[in-house]
Design a protein around this ligand. Structure first.
Ligand code: HEC
Ligand code: HEC
Ligand code: HEC
Length: 104
């Protein structure tokens, strides 16, 4: 009897946690190679206050690795640069902020 309850709970937990496709919800990350400048980790937890539609689909496709971004694009306000412009969040042009995104 006990084992059955444990098994049922385990199955429930599995399904509950498997349902959302919130790839970058709190606790999940997306990694960009950084093309030599040091890899960039986008942390869902740090962005959990933003609504899905602030980023999708205008700024990013809903598929890991599907969005290509250059610093030039971001400096022009695309991708991460839509918020990381020195006003909403630390800016992509600010030389003291490079290391907040790029980690060696
Ligand atoms: C601050 C911006 C931002 C917010 C807010 C955001 N996402 Fe994303 N999401 C991203 C980025 C960046 C990627 C990666 C895109 C890429 O690599 O091309 C991504 C990827 C995804 C993917 C694809 C993951 C995969 O493994 O292929 C899904 C699904 C997704 N997001 C769903 C959501 C949902 C649902 C929400 C709201 C709960 C949300 N996102 C909120 C930025 C965001
Ligand atoms: C908000 C996060 C963020 C900040 C801040 C940032 N970068 Fe980036 N950077 C990225 C992302 C994301 C990419 C794309 C990486 C990829 O596609 O693998 C990138 C790409 C690059 C590249 C590859 C070539 C190119 O032009 O796209 C270089 C070089 C680079 N960054 C240098 C810098 C320097 C120097 C700074 C500071 C002045 C900086 N980055 C600040 C996120 C950031
Ligand atoms: C919808 C707006 C928005 C977008 C789009 C966005 N960010 Fe952010 N990000 C924020 C805000 C707001 C903060 C927290 C405020 C601050 O630190 O200036 C933040 C914080 C961060 C931090 C610091 C996290 C920490 O733990 O302190 C990193 C790194 C970062 N973002 C990377 C990225 C990268 C990489 C992208 C693009 C893939 C991106 N962000 C796109 C709004 C955004």
């Amino acid at each position: 009897m006990h084992k059955l309850i444990v098994a049922a709970l385990a199955i429930m937990v599995f399904f509950v946690s498997a349902v959302p496709v919130f790839a970058v919800s709190a606790g999940k990350t997306v990694e960009f190679s950084g093309k030599g400048a040091g890899k960039v980790v986008f942390d869902g937890k740090a962005h959990a206050k933003a609504k899905c539609n602030e980023c999708h689909p205008a700024l990013f496709k809903m598929k890991k690795g599907a969005t290509t971004m250059t610093m030039k694009d971001m400096e022009a306000g695309k991708g991460c640069g839509a918020c990381h412009n020195g006003a909403k969040a630390f800016g992509v042009k600010d030389t003291s902020s490079c290391g907040k995104c790029h980690k060696k």
